[in-house]
Every structure is written in C-alpha cells, then in structure tokens.
Design a protein around this ligand. Structure first.
Ligand code: WT7
Length: 713
C-alpha cells in the first residue's frame, strides 16, 4: 500500500551532486538518538540517520500516507495554551563560547526534560544521555572545532579592506586572567541586558551578534531598511542603553545615511548612552561627543580573550521584532539552547552540510533568515558562511553568480522574489559563471511558483542540485517544513514534509477541528512545541498567548493557510491574517494604515495585498481624504507621492505602497466594518465577481472604486 502510494508521487530526480556527498562525514552536532515512525531506534552518528530517510520504501509514513519523521534530541513537554508559555525542556546550562569577534568552540549540552509531563516518546534515554541529572553539570556532548569557522564577505564593489583578526590559537590559561571585555565593562552591559543593532551587511554585524551572545547580552537587531521612527520604537520597547551601527551603508550603488537615521531615532531615546559606530564608507558623519564611539578605536582597547557568560537554556538569546495583524510590532524572544539547537540541526540536515562547505544565505541579517542561516546555523556547524552586501542586480544581474564562482559556494539560499527577478533578466548571467560547486539550493520567505522553481533547478542547479523549499517563520526560529536533500522527492511549489519532531496540523478555519488525512485544506497550526519556538513577546506574554496560542486552543497558530495533498505533502497557501508578504518581507496592513493616517489629509485608509508576478504581493492603499483637506485633483500623483513618502518615513522604504488610490469612500458594512474583500477583488481585475454586496452600506462606492482602480497609474 505504502509502496504504491510512494510510486505515484511525481518525482524530481534526486540531486546527483547531493547523492555523492551523502556518504561522506557530516560536520556539526551529532544527533543523540533518533527513533523513526516505526519505533526503530538509531544511535549516535549522522550516517545512520540517513538510513531511514534515504531509502524510499522505508520512509516513515503513517496509516494515512502522511510522511512523518521524528528526531529525538530535545525533550518536548506540554504546551500550555492559555495559562503560560509553551515549555520546551532543554539544557539547564548552555555555554556559548565565542572568542573575541570570530567564534571558536561552541559547546552545548542537552539534557532530557525535567518537566513532569514528559511524553515517553520523547525520551532519548537509550543513549545514556538520559542519565544526566538536572543538578549535574553536564558534559558537553559535542564541540565544534574552531578552525572550521570562517566567514566570507562579499562587499559591494569597493573592495573594502578586511580587517585582520587574530587567527592564532589563544592561550586560554593566560587569556582567562586578562580583564573582562571592556565593551561589557565600560558600557555596563551585563547578562540579560539588551543591545540594539542597526547595521549593514558586513562582517561586523556577525561579530556583533556573537559578541552579544558571548557576554549574555540580548541582541535586538533592527533591519537597516527600517526608518528612524521604526528604529526608535524598537529601541524604546526593549530599553537598550547601547546601540551598534555604522557611519553609512551601501546598497545597489547608493550610500545610505545609517548614522543620520540613528541620530534621528535617538533624539527621542535619551536612555541610549553609548553608540558604537563601525566605519563602513568613511564619509563624515555627525558625532555626539561622549555618546558616539568608533568601533575600530574601541576594539583596540579590549583584550583578545573574553570569558564567556554561562547561560541557562531558557535565557533569551535575542529579540527580533516582527509585524502581525495589529499596528505595533512584536518583540519575538528566542532562547539560548532551543533556538540554537534548531539553527544547528536544520543547517545540518536540511542543507546536508559537510566540512569545507561554503554556505551562502542571501537574506539580510536584520531578518530571522539572516539570524539563523547567515549567523548562527552555519557557524554552529563549523561551516563557512557568507555575508553578502548589495542586491542581486547590482552592478549586474550576474552578481550572485560571481559570488558563487569566486567563493565556491556549496549552498545557496534565497527568496523566490530574487529568483523571479533573475529569471526575467535572462539565462546568460548564470551561463557565464561556474556554478558547479553548488549542491543544495534553498528557497524561503514566500511560496515559490513552479516556473521560478524550474528555472532555479535548470539554470542555477543544472539539474544536479537538490532544491529545498523551506517553510518557517520568525516565531518558529528555524525551518519547520522542508524536503531533505536527496532524500525526499520534491514537487515544485510544495514545502513537502515536516522536519523532525514537527507536527503540523491543518484545521478547519471555522470549527477549529483537525482535518485528518490527505487532500485537505485549512489553517496551518503546529501541535506540539519544538526546541526553537519563540517563548514569548518581549515584556508582553499575554500578547504572545493572544497571537499564537489562543486562536486555536491547543495549537500554535501560524497565520498561514495550507493544504495537504494526496501524498501527504504540504502546500503553503499564504497568510490568512492581515499580513502581506512583499518580496518575502512581512508587512502588516494595520501598520501601513497607521502610518498613512498620520498624514494631515488622510481621513480613512484600507491597505490590501495584491498579487504581483515579481514580488509575490504588492501593497495597494485605498485612501479617503478629510473634507477640509484641499489639493489639486488634477495632480493626484503628487499627493500619492507624499503619502508614499509618509510610509517610507514611518516604517521604511521597503513598506512603500505601490499604488495609492484616492477614493470618495471605502466600502463598508452597515455596522461600519471595511470590506477589504471588495477592494481585493477589484484590484485583481475580478470586479465582476464581487459576490454578495447586500451587506454594503452604500453600494454606489463600488463603481467609484472600480473607476478609480481602472484609471490609477
Ligand atoms: C511567513 C513568515 C522565516 C522565513 C522568512 C520570513 C511565509 C516563509 C515560506 C515558504 C511559503 C513561506 C509564510 C510565513 N513563508 N517561507 N517556503 N513557502 N510561504 O519570515 O517574516 O516571519 O514570515 O513567510 O507566510 O508565515 P517571516
């Protein structure tokens, strides 16, 4: 039965380049124990791990044909849905060691759960680890050798001199005697304090993450495309006293006035006492004596060795702000052990990394993808990571492929938007470069359309690579649904199957009931907690519960719709809440609406996402004006520009609406609720399929909107 089901899956050839590598030793953390769906146990060592996965007939499926895999590394206990945060049991002590600015051994130890309601299935006592007691100081279970760590930096055009960092092995005994890092000592930052970071894509950003982790400071990285107002709100929310930034940044050939944005933000943040400034372009920037300090001067003053802070597994590692259904962004909190475990394991198994590999994730460090797959994941596995500054098309659409060729990249991870853009610009760019080192191609951030998938496979992968379409979120910390390279057959457009230990469920949107079996569609939720689940919203646990735990009690709510097809494969259908996904960037309609309403002329506004061939979705803003506001109706263009500027100023350039549509009125129900559905339909060119309009207070607005959309530039 299982066999015939398996046969009927339309398969893509298992990537030959990945296959060659599978027998070679892996790097990174060893799995402590693994039991597959049939209860068969596998011991330490990653080679054995492949056995059940690689053999197609053995692949675990449950009675309905759903593919399941389970990894027993951490012990997950119960998820408390209304009274508290989910509890994921992990190590009482995790020590992250990172030497100075470049990381050296990172050691973890994971213990079985000490929570009472441990499910037997999650025990890994078979391998001796279960004998550890909470009170014992655990022996590190694995150590990542220091020489493997390195970072590749791809700077934009101007070849920036890479500062020398000491690669000499440290005399630890001697080093331990030196005074603690003065960054921490002078700035008074201690374990548990927050440090805000607003930096471009240079190695300094990676060093900043690791330096914070080293001293137990909680970093809050703000994507450098956010405006000063957004930065200000995020600094204020987590009350940082220290901010790390740069003089300027470069993007697509333009200089960006990073420090000036910071200065504007800090006008309203008197609590920030120290600003550490990395010199990126060297252009003159405004300076606040006493507060601002140059990175290159300050780092000369500190000793080479800084003793690591000992952290508990549940101590926060970082905060990352993300948008949701409401106007105010949430500070999602990730922890030391759980998050890092998720980062390490997913890089290891989703990307099948081996020694000497060179990992290139093209995201920005300011988003979760950069946190997990530029910084922590690859470095935890001891593989080289790449910091790419620039855009895929600057100075030419060959930029990515030049990087792949020059740095012999083995893993390339990007968003469908970039793939669609490069596909449009022609194959000759990929043909001009040697891409033969690449084995695994990753896609993340939005659903990938089959045309883009095929192009990626054909022109970048040359049909030799595995493509992993990875679904996850800021809140999940690491990849949740994904194929395993060379082991799970792929279907272009499907994120395929859950990662080990992840239990996705599809719920009926109305009843909230679990839709069992295959060929179902509904709301995507997750049944049990996993190591890297976000633990809370910074200083607002109730909001965390409201957002993720209460919509469908008993489950973690993702905000995505999904289908499970006849083979048990999962297809992500996009957001079901008021979140828009533009180029893999998550935008909240409520946030954009709040930005627009601040304009003196705006009375009301409704923001919607409209599908776009290139960026996945794009932002349309419908606006009504205050009666007393006067403007030239023959020049709506300049008012639209003003409003776009308003959004750029309040949120950041990446959130700018593509269209501003000024309308006499918004479609509303008699009770005053804005009917976004009508604007969505009209904008999608489906104005003739509006359905039931009987609840509309004033049906004549529909024609006015249709006319405006039709003529809007
Ligand atoms: C949302 C999360 C962590 C990834 C970067 C964005 C969408 C993410 C996929 C995928 C379809 C995807 C979802 C999700 N998404 N990956 N492979 N296929 N959709 O992180 O900003 O937290 O956004 O991105 O809608 O909910 P994020």
């Amino acid at each position: 039965m299982a066999d015939s089901q398996h046969q009927s899956i339309p398969t893509h050839p298992i990537a030959p380049r990945v296959k060659e590598h599978q027998k070679k030793p892996h790097v990174g953390p060893d799995i402590l124990g693994y039991r597959d769906h049939h209860g068969k146990t596998f011991g330490e060592g990653s080679n054995e791990w492949w056995a059940p996965i690689v053999s197609p007939t053995d692949r675990p499926r449950d009675s309905t044909g759903i593919v399941r895999s389970r990894l027993f590394v951490l012990v997950a206990s119960r998820m408390e849905t209304s009274s508290g945060s989910p509890k994921v049991a992990s190590t009482p002590h995790t020590t992250a060691l990172t030497d100075g600015l470049i990381p050296t051994p990172i050691r973890f130890a994971f213990l079985p759960s000490y929570y009472p309601s441990v499910d037997q299935r999650f025990s890994f006592g078979d391998h001796g680890v279960g004998q550890c007691r909470q009170s014992q100081r655990p022996e590190p279970l694995y150590t990542i050798p220091p020489p493997l760590h390195s970072t590749t930096f791809c700077h934009e055009i101007t070849n920036f001199n890479r500062p020398q960092s000491s690669t000499k092995p440290m005399n630890r005994a001697k080093a331990a005697k030196s005074p603690p890092l003065s960054f921490s000592a002078n700035y008074g930052i201690k374990k548990g304090d927050t440090v805000s970071v607003y930096m471009p894509m240079t190695w300094h950003a990676v060093a900043t993450f690791l330096a914070c982790a080293r001293i137990g400071a909680i970093h809050s990285v703000v994507f450098a495309g956010f405006s000063s107002e957004s930065l200000r709100d995020r600094i204020k929310d987590c009350k940082s006293r220290v901010l790390i930034t740069s003089d300027e940044s470069r993007r697509g050939g333009k200089a960006i006035a990073t420090k000036a944005i910071v200065d504007a933000a800090l006008k309203e943040c008197p609590e920030v006492e120290h600003v550490l400034v990395q010199r990126r372009t060297g252009n003159t920037v405004a300076w606040t004596e006493g507060r601002d300090k140059w990175w290159h001067e300050e780092t000369l003053k500190v000793p080479n060795y800084c003793p690591p802070e000992v952290m508990s597994s549940e101590d926060p590692l970082f905060i990352l702000y993300t948008s949701g259904s409401t106007g105010k962004p949430k500070g999602v909190v990730h922890t030391t052990a759980g998050y890092l475990l998720g980062a390490a394991l997913t890089v290891k198994y989703v990307f099948d990394v081996h020694p000497e590999d060179k990992f290139a994730c093209m995201a920005d460090v300011g988003w979760i993808t950069g946190h997990t797959y530029i910084v922590y994941g690859p470095l935890l596995n001891g593989v080289t990571t790449t910091v790419f500054e620039s855009t895929p098309v600057y100075p030419t659409p060959s930029r990515y492929w030049q990087v792949v060729e020059k740095h012999q990249i083995t893993h390339f991870y990007t968003a469908p938007t970039a793939i669609r853009l490069l596909r449009r610009l022609g194959e000759h760019h990929t043909q001009a470069h040697d891409l033969s080192t690449v084995r695994v191609l990753g896609s993340v951030g939005e659903p990938i359309n089959p045309e883009a998938w095929d192009w990626y496979n054909e022109h970048v992968g040359k049909r030799q690579c595995a493509i992993v379409d990875t679904w996850w979120q800021t809140e999940t910390g690491s990849i949740m649904i994904t194929p395993f390279p060379g082991a799970i057959e792929t279907k272009p457009g499907s994120a395929t199957v859950p990662f080990f230990g992840i239990e996705p469920v599809i719920l009926d949107p109305v009843s909230g009931e679990v839709l069992e079996g295959n060929s179902v569609e509904g709301i995507l939720c997750i049944r049990n907690p996993w190591p890297s689940i976000a633990r809370t919203v910074w200083k607002d646990n109730n909001r965390y519960l409201d957002t993720y735990m209460r919509p469908y009690p008993g489950f973690f709510y993702t905000g995505d719709g999904a289908a499970r097809d006849e083979h048990g494969y999962i297809w992500i259908k996009g957001r079901v809440d008021d979140v828009i996904n533009v180029s893999g960037h998550r935008l909240s309609t409520a946030e954009i609406e709040s930005a627009l309403i601040l304009h003196r002329g705006v009375a009301e506004t409704a923001v919607i996402g409209v599908s776009d061939d290139l960026t996945g979705q794009t932002v349309y803003a419908f606006v009504t004006l205050k009666p007393e506001f006067t403007y030239n109706p023959n020049d709506e263009g300049s008012l639209a520009k003003e409003l776009i500027l308003q959004v750029r100023k309040v949120i950041g350039p990446f959130a700018a609406p593509k269209k501003i549509i000024i309308v006499p009125d918004l479609p509303k129900t008699r009770s005053g609720k804005i009917m976004r559905r009508i604007m969505r339909k009209i904008s999608a060119g489906e104005g003739d399929q509006l359905g039931d309009l009987s609840t509309l207070a004033d049906p004549s607005v529909v024609d006015a909107i249709k006319a405006k959309v039709a003529t809007s530039p």
